[in-house]
Design a binder for this molecule. Structure first.
Ligand code: AHR
Length: 496
């Protein structure tokens, strides 16, 4: 069947916040250690201990913001263990993730160095669950104070003269669970106290993010925004896309169409979650000053057989690519409230951009979606809607096609499209209303013949974007597009 899609060039609606393309890196499994940090003495080429191959690939994503050090790890992390000479740093047990030794070789200075190399804004998550107000306050002082003070002097003695710029700071993580098992009222009070001592030094202005709800815990959002809303800039939300159940997750590979369908349905549920959390926030914050920060999202499958289950290592297929496209389209749609999102996680953990094995690395299908979609970062949102057909299985239906469009300051329009049907292509009639004269059109596509398609260390380029030519102009403002089955496409339309 034919699908009718409309994109409107008139009427200003604001921007897609580039921070929606944020990443998350936790001290978990092989995300930091091996995945990024190999140490200065490694035989893997590195820049001050950070591996060059991974750095180079990540730079191509134009990552706007990077969240660290957790996750659940954040509420067990004591930052003072991770500064000073490496051989003297405390060795601790990473109790939450695999019970392995954490040697603290990657600490504040190394994280800030990583952000500088990636030209990324740091987003640091502080410890509420097992830390103190003083510890959190001193961390901010250590990083951002320019004058004479115990923490600033200590930073200098550790080799960093100038303070760093730090904008994003999270006051705890999942404090309803691994971050202290708190009730919403209790955490709201804790938040009020802790954030008081997260100071702005000099011209460094901190954007404070409160630990938010799990999935559909609307009560948590209500209590936080009601009782502490005026003291925060952002409120987080976590939701993972799980095939199967939390207790019995299905694997990343070897799935059938029913699991594919279930994964797409659960991804699309993010729209409802954001709509309902936002509606609560609107009651207390009608001007949308406080951002909804979706700082953990992505697929969570059963860990790869033969790996430490506490390391959350999973393969990444065309299914993940579609999950990424659906989520990014949903975040674009909610651009007025969703000010940041951070996919979990950047390397070797959950829905990763990159997988590594020794000195080899590969780019995942999810990486390619982030690379193709980066053109939307900070671009002007255009109204886009679809009268699209359905993709059905076993009596259930989902929208087959999703889309989003944005315009850059030079007038170029980018249209991203996804087709979740693994067997049927989609014929689109794309009407471009109110755009100035259409010029050259080009496109890229990420697709495969198989739902399970993924890159391996033997075949790292099996899934990668290719030039897309399945479109033709059918009038001044009409494009006909043939979307292949299970595909993600980005079209670039030049306007005069
Ligand atoms: O991303 C993995 C874990 O998921 C994080 O540590 C935690 O915040 C969430 O439960």
């Amino acid at each position: 069947m034919k699908h009718s899609l409309v994109i409107q060039g008139k009427g200003k609606q604001g921007k897609i916040n580039k921070n929606i393309y944020g990443q998350f890196a936790e001290h978990l499994g092989r995300c930091i250690y091996e995945g990024m940090w190999v140490g200065e003495d490694s035989s893997i080429p590195n820049s001050g201990g950070i591996r060059n191959d991974v750095l180079e690939a990540l730079r191509k994503l134009s990552i706007p913001v990077l969240r660290w050090p957790g996750g659940c790890f954040a509420d067990e992390y004591h930052w003072k263990d991770g500064i000073g000479p490496k051989e003297q740093r405390k060795r601790m047990v990473n109790t939450h993730w695999g019970g392995v030794v954490e040697n603290n070789h990657f600490g504040t200075h190394e994280f800030m160095q990583l952000c500088e190399l990636l030209e990324t804004e740091p987003y640091i998550c502080g410890n509420v669950g097992s830390g103190s107000v003083q510890e959190m306050s001193e961390w901010v002082e250590y990083m951002t104070f320019d004058g004479e003070s115990p923490m600033a002097d200590w930073r200098r003695s550790n080799g960093r003269e100038q303070p760093w710029k730090l904008k994003y700071f999270g006051v705890g993580n999942e404090n309803w669970g691994c971050g202290g098992n708190m009730r919403a009222d209790f955490y709201a009070d804790q938040y009020r106290v802790f954030q008081t001592y997260v100071r702005n030094y000099g011209d460094n202005q901190i954007y404070k993010i409160a630990g938010g709800a799990n999935v559909d815990d609307y009560n948590w959002t209500e209590v936080l925004i009601r009782d502490a809303g005026r003291l925060m800039d952002g409120l987080s939300l976590h939701n993972y896309t799980i095939a199967g159940s939390w207790e019995n997750k299905r694997p990343a590979l070897g799935f059938d169409e029913a699991e594919w369908f279930e994964t797409m349905r659960k991804s699309l549920h993010m729209d409802e979650l954001i709509t309902r959390h936002s509606a609560i926030m609107d009651q207390y914050d009608p001007d949308k000053r406080v951002g909804l920060i979706v700082d953990e999202w992505g697929t969570w499958f059963k860990s790869e057989p033969g790996t430490n289950p506490g390391f959350l290592y999973q393969q990444n297929t065309m299914r993940d690519a579609l999950v990424a496209a659906l989520h990014l389209h949903i975040f674009h749609k909610h651009h007025q409230r969703v000010q940041m999102a951070n996919i979990a996680q950047m390397v070797n953990v959950l829905q990763a951009m990159i997988l590594t094995e020794g000195d080899s690395m590969l780019l995942t299908p999810t990486y390619h979606v982030f690379e193709m979609f980066k053109v939307h970062q900070d671009a002007e949102v255009l109204t886009a809607y679809a009268e699209a057909g359905a993709y059905g299985l076993n009596g259930e239906i989902l929208p087959q096609v999703t889309l989003s469009a944005s315009r850059q300051t030079n007038g170029d329009v980018y249209i991203s499209l996804s087709n979740i049907d693994p067997a049927s292509g989609a014929e689109l009639e794309l009407k471009l209303e109110g755009l100035s004269q259409l010029g050259e059109i080009s496109g890229r596509v990420l697709t495969s013949d198989h739902m399970q398609a993924h890159n391996t260390f033997d075949q790292p380029d099996l899934v990668q974007p290719r030039a897309f030519t399945g479109f033709r102009a059918a009038g001044d403002d009409l494009l006909q597009v043939e979307l292949p089955p299970l595909s993600v496409v980005v079209l670039k339309v030049k306007t005069a």
